[in-house]
Design a protein around this ligand. Structure first.
Ligand code: HXC
Length: 524
């Protein structure tokens, strides 16, 4: 054969077959044993994850043949397929997305300089093309052998996360370890998805904690999926399996727009299931009785569908997406079923961040209000409820998307102001006839302002009841606020969806001018 000239067709065939061989070798990742270990841990290999998440056959991979440049600590000549990360573009629901997935079977998915360069390349594409970016994290963190080059790689990623924030949706999926500084990329993104028993996120792991503090804790209890979904609030979506997690990602992407200058898709209008969710029967007349505000949301949304965000954390406030007459809207709602729906540090943080997300991506906001005010207590004061609570005021005041508030029942004190009141520039505020808009509940108010009359009465208890009734009649209703124009209409609960549809119709070309500035200084 040597020296024989091949015909052009045969030469092409040989080149194609060489390409196929190279591809086949590269997609083996860390090899059979490492892949088997990955599967034994209940985790899918990186490319399998991508193919399950994207539309079938839509994935195009780039930089498959990238090679690392490390020479120290035995790295010279070491073959690390794709340098431990898979990048590319594809579609979900036919809409383009950019994606990267760290491959734990290759050097533990550790991040070296070429690995980082691949991630930043796909992040740059995503920002330039203005499409969502999805990052699947499964990595031992900075590649120890590459030293400062690995750290530099993280810095480049964090910078791009910040640059892309509010321009394109950034989704982080934690499907393995995500340790050390590596956790900060997910924390800078919009939504973090975790899977039970698979996701592990922490700054310092169990070994370091043991050696520095002498405390013993396992990885799951330190930074497992439940910890981040229920305690820290770092995660937004919790799933029991990778499959369920991918479904959640697809659902979320169906609600949100691809970038900040486009609107969400308008879907076919489907009426709510009013047989199942009878709006006039959900909220008890007695203001002390709890109910699940998600039932009110479902009585209002198209097809009674609601996609909740951070369901397991700070459950005294409910946030998430639904559709009203085909349009995506964000819901921010007090949850009387948990802590009577009070505002506190965590619920203020949760709502404020979601409001800023909706505002950045042109998603109108519906606020359903029923709360007794802020949670009192030394713990809250010392945890900085002043600063945290201020985030909510800032977020609502700053948001310029259409904002509608429905006061379902109680709107007391600072809570009334904070939950998108007229004074923070709600476009429309409607109240149900049950609404009580006051500085505080009638019992507390009567005890304070009629203290003297009550204590000096022949029958203090009877006097107290009388004064509570007097206060209720005068202030515990929506008509005082209606008389001042602080609310736009008192409505029958059954009219709520109709009012919402109309409010969003009339505000679809809303324009708001604000003082020119570089940026504000929110109470972070
Ligand atoms: C290089 C790494 C690595 C790393 C894992 N590997 N982490 N190689 N750098 N950071 C390699 C292992 O040597 C091993 O290679 C393979 O990946 C699989 O790892 P195992 O330990 O066998 O897997 P497992 O038992 O599942 O444990 C996973 C793990 C553990 C918990 C993640 O590997 C681990 O603790 N790694 C180090 C974590 C860490 O401290 N990272 C640095 C964080 S500091 P072989 O060849 O044997 O298959 C950081 C700073 C960033 O990230 C700062 C940004 C601002």
């Amino acid at each position: 054969m040597c020296g024989t000239k091949l015909k052009p067709m045969n030469l092409l065939k040989r080149k194609i077959s060489e390409l196929q061989e190279r591809r086949a070798k590269a997609i083996q990742g860390g090899g059979e044993t490492a892949i088997a270990k990955q599967i034994a841990m209940g985790k899918l290999p990186a490319r399998e994850r991508i193919s399950q998440l994207l539309d079938p056959g839509s994935f195009f991979e780039y930089d498959l043949f990238i090679e690392h440049e490390a020479r120290e600590f035995g790295m010279e000549g070491k073959d690390l397929a794709g340098d431990g990360v898979v990048i590319g573009t594809g579609t979900i629901h036919g809409r383009p997305v950019a994606i990267y997935a760290q491959d734990f079977t290759v050097a533990g998915g550790s991040l070296g300089s070429m690995h980082a360069r691949k991630i930043t390349k796909i992040m740059d594409y995503a920002l330039r093309m203005r499409i969502p970016i999805i990052g699947i994290n499964d990595s031992g963190g900075a590649r120890i052998q590459e030293g400062v080059n690995s750290l530099a790689g993280y810095g480049e990623i964090f910078f791009r996360n910040t640059l892309s924030s509010g321009v394109i949706p950034q989704l982080s999926v934690i499907l393995g370890p995500c340790a050390g500084g590596a956790v900060y990329s997910p924390a800078l993104t919009d939504f973090v998805f975790v899977v039970d028993k698979i996701s592990k996120m922490f700054i310092t792991g169990p070994e370091v904690i043991k050696s520095v503090l002498g405390e013993e804790i396992d990885m799951e209890s330190l930074g497992g999926a439940r910890v981040h979904s229920e305690i820290t609030g770092n995660a937004h979506f919790f799933a029991l399996s990778e499959k369920e997690c991918f479904e959640q990602i697809k659902t979320l992407l169906a609600y949100i727009p691809s970038h900040n200058e486009c609107n969400c898709n308008i879907e076919k209008v489907v009426e709510p299931d009013i047989k199942k969710y009878k709006i006039e029967k959900i909220v008890p007349v007695d203001p002390t009785k709890p109910y699940d505000v998600r039932d009110v949301i479902k009585a209002l949304t198209d097809g009674s569908k609601f996609f909740e965000v951070q369901e397991l954390w700070a459950a005294n406030i409910v946030i998430g997406f639904g559709r009203i007459a085909g349009r995506t809207v964000g819901f921010v709602c007090n949850q009387p079923m948990v802590l009577a729906g009070v505002l506190d540090c965590d619920s203020s943080d949760k709502a404020a961040r979601f409001i800023r997300y909706c505002d950045a991506f042109n998603i109108p906001i519906v606020t359903l209000e029923d709360l007794p005010g802020y949670l009192p207590g030394v713990d809250q004061e010392h945890a900085g409820v002043i600063r945290h609570g201020a985030k909510l005021l800032y977020a609502y005041s700053e948001a310029t998307v259409p904002k509608v508030t429905i006061i379902l029942r109680k709107a007391y004190g600072g809570g009334y102001i904070a939950m998108n009141s007229r004074h923070l520039r709600a476009d429309f505020v409607f109240a149900w006839p049950l609404a009580e808009i006051a500085v505080m509940g009638p019992e507390g108010a009567a005890n304070i302002i009629f203290r003297k009359e009550i204590s000096e009465a022949a029958d203090p208890e009877a006097m107290r009841k009388l004064k509570v009734e007097e206060y209720k009649k005068k202030f515990a209703n929506p008509y005082v606020a209606a008389a001042k124009g602080y609310i736009d209409a008192v409505i029958d609960p059954s009219e709520t969806r109709k009012f919402l549809i109309h409010s969003f119709d009339v505000s679809s070309h809303k324009v708001v001018k604000r003082p020119s500035k570089k940026h504000g200084i929110p109470p972070f």
